[in-house]
Design a binder for this molecule. Sequence first.
Ligand code: SF4
Length: 406
Amino acid sequence: MKRLRIGLLAAVALSFFIGQWFSLSISGKAPDGKKLLRDMAPDLNFGQKSGMPLHYESEGYIAFNSYDLVPSIRGYAGPIKLLVLMDRESFIRGIKIIEHRETKNYVHFMESPEYIAKLIGKHPAEPFQQGMDIDAISRATVSVDALAKTLKESSRLAASGVLGINVKDVARAGAFDIRPFVYGVFFIVSLAVYFVTRKTAKYQVARDISLAMGIAILGIYLSSPFSVLHLFSIVLGGFSSSALFYALIISVALSVIAAGRFYCGWVCPFGALCEFVGRLPVRKWEVSKNMDEKWRLFKYIILGLVAALVLISGRLDYGNYEVYVTLFSFHGSFLSWVLVFLMLAANLKVKRFWCRYLCPVAALTGLISREDSGYVSINNCPMGNPTNPHISECIRCNRCYKTGKS
Ligand code: SF4
């Protein structure tokens, strides 16, 4: 394991430096705003970008790049850059998404003409909130909120700074976000229950309740299971305005230090589904210890390859192979849904198949899990671990903590 850790760390560092060198050598190719404006409004003739705040002028209209006005507003993985066309009364007349790094599954509808059409004609004094002044055609994800906030705040600044119209701020899009608190409370309570119940007979029922809540809260309500893309995003400098983004990273990092792969065993919504499917009374395949050990290495190899691909290319979407993104975003290609089905069905024959052999989060958290002599023996392990397992493969279900309770 030590050699694996060093090897992967070296591969990640090398990929990062190659990626930085590569991006420096091709930098300077920012999108041509005037060309995009010509495509958006072919009848209008805009001059060069100028003024303070930076904007384009045409008769009856102005246009601006939202990033010039509100660079600090970010989605899940960085700014969502918009080209906005506005009339002289500060009504929005055109929008084009120039660039973003959000996970495609969560933002596909954001780029659809139907969604953009719902924002055209809006005024920055309106709230810009789904279900209020914007028809909810999608789930209100962090990315969607960030787009609305970027549009509202940049329009408000352009209206006052360029057109001299002082826009009364009725409500700020996405200003009050209860989601990080919901997740934070859930995570802290689960972690406390993990410690409190691990020497008692209640550990199993406590964990089942936590897993069910993981599906409900992190999977369905927040639609944001932890992903290795969170980490890659930070390494690539794509910082987020979302408190949920940091809550996920910090909670997983701290829990790995305190309790190894606690996230996998108590919180992860896809791990929970895999485990519940695996408990169905279907006769399991016997995987020999030798084969099992070899196959478990597969997830580390995939993690290394994906890390190299993402860090060299600078493209987060290249690392998007976590099947649960399809499941919890309720969006994906036919092939990705087949994959979700297969990964769930595989648990009928091999317990926690995805977590054991493929999951990049399992590999990442396993790599940094510390030894804990409390976990000593085995009895019907939900991970199919053999006696005295590597701590990197233990999801802290507590079944074999100290005394081997079941
Ligand atoms: S090794 Fe023990 S605590 Fe870890 S997952 Fe298996 S049974 Fe649970």
